[in-house]
Write a protein that binds this ligand. Sequence first.
Ligand code: NAD
Length: 392
Amino acid sequence: MKKIVILGAGYAGMICAVNLQKRHMPFTLINKHSYHYFTTILHEPAGGRNDFDDYSVDITYLLDSPTSTFSKEEVVEIRPHDNKVVSKSGEILYDLLVVALGNAPEYFGIAGLAENSLLLRSLESAKTIRKHIEDQIKLYKEDHNPAHLKIVVGGAGLTGIELCGELSEWIPQLRSNYHILEEVDIINLEAAPMILPMLDAALQEQARDVLTKKGVQLRTSEKIVRVNPGEVELASGEKVEASTIIWTGGVRANPLVAAAGFTCDPRGRAKVNEYFQAEGFDNVFVLGDSACLLGADGKPYPPTAQLAQQMGEHCAKNITGLVLSDHPLKPFVFHYMGTLASLGSEVGVGNVKGIKTRGVPANLLKEASKAKYLFNLGGFRLLADKRGQFTR
Ligand code: NAD
């Protein structure tokens, strides 16, 4: 039997793993944490909603068959010419490799940004943001420095906008808990002239209306060009002081992908064919945010969770067919389901299969998509165990 190794337990790697497990295909999954977390909804606990435990699941809870092996290790190098992966604790040989190592922040070379901003990209970073914001409120009680009451979120893509929606609900609670009468500014700075560029103009306007009414300051056409400790500099020359600066300005591939020598696009994503094979390496499948997969229009698909999940499932089917019956690989066809953005815990905006939705229905659809993911991953058992996600 061929040795199958999956690197990374994000959306792509985890869905690939559970689908191989369903087909009784032996594999080894390697991940640096012992748990899988739900990246696209981390704005909820980061912004004060629910318990952190509701946003991750132990990998061994999901992989419970004797044909599945999980190894908690950090990969440091991929050597595709030697069919070998190097981790902090040794070397692992493979016949077939699935690279699903996710993304890294894109800083666009902006001076001081990496050093002076927080990120929302992992369970730990979500905890850091929540604690940091609460700490600023406590500090304000002591020193009355107004910078503690200013939160800057850089970028108005899904991550930035959904986080602002959460903060707009949590901050009033925090102010009340700590008896702060002064306003806390939530300032979103976006370089482009619009927010949520993946939605059409009418939906963007609806999202803007909702968030503005909730007190979020949405400042578009404001490019961040430099970040100093506690201060953001804009292209206009204006400086915005804030004790909390969160960067949600974009992602690139995990740097291990380019370091492995795969042919990559400018965002460090390995160029792959319709079977996800990396150029020149038929036994290496690159999935999710680490892959540059072209759509029918010749442009790379943007890195989304739904693409990662569909790639993971398709890859598992292809690998099973290849290993068990030497079936030719089937080309991948992406089924775009739509995009939904939550704007706090009650309302949202987006489109589903081409139909526009907003307000409470959009939020309910978003909640349904969260439930569907949990079900696909771990059936009713996981859905029941993570029901805390749906409490507010
Ligand atoms: P993004 O690339 O989608 O958006 C980043 C935004 O930051 C852009 O609008 C960009 O114009 C802006 N920006 C870049 N440089 C800037 C600067 N110097 N100053 C001010 N603004 C600047 O990034 P994201 O929101 O982090 O999302 C990353 C990926 O993850 C996307 O593909 C997204 O679809 C996906 N995601 C999905 C979900 C979901 O499914 N609900 C949630 C979060 C993220």
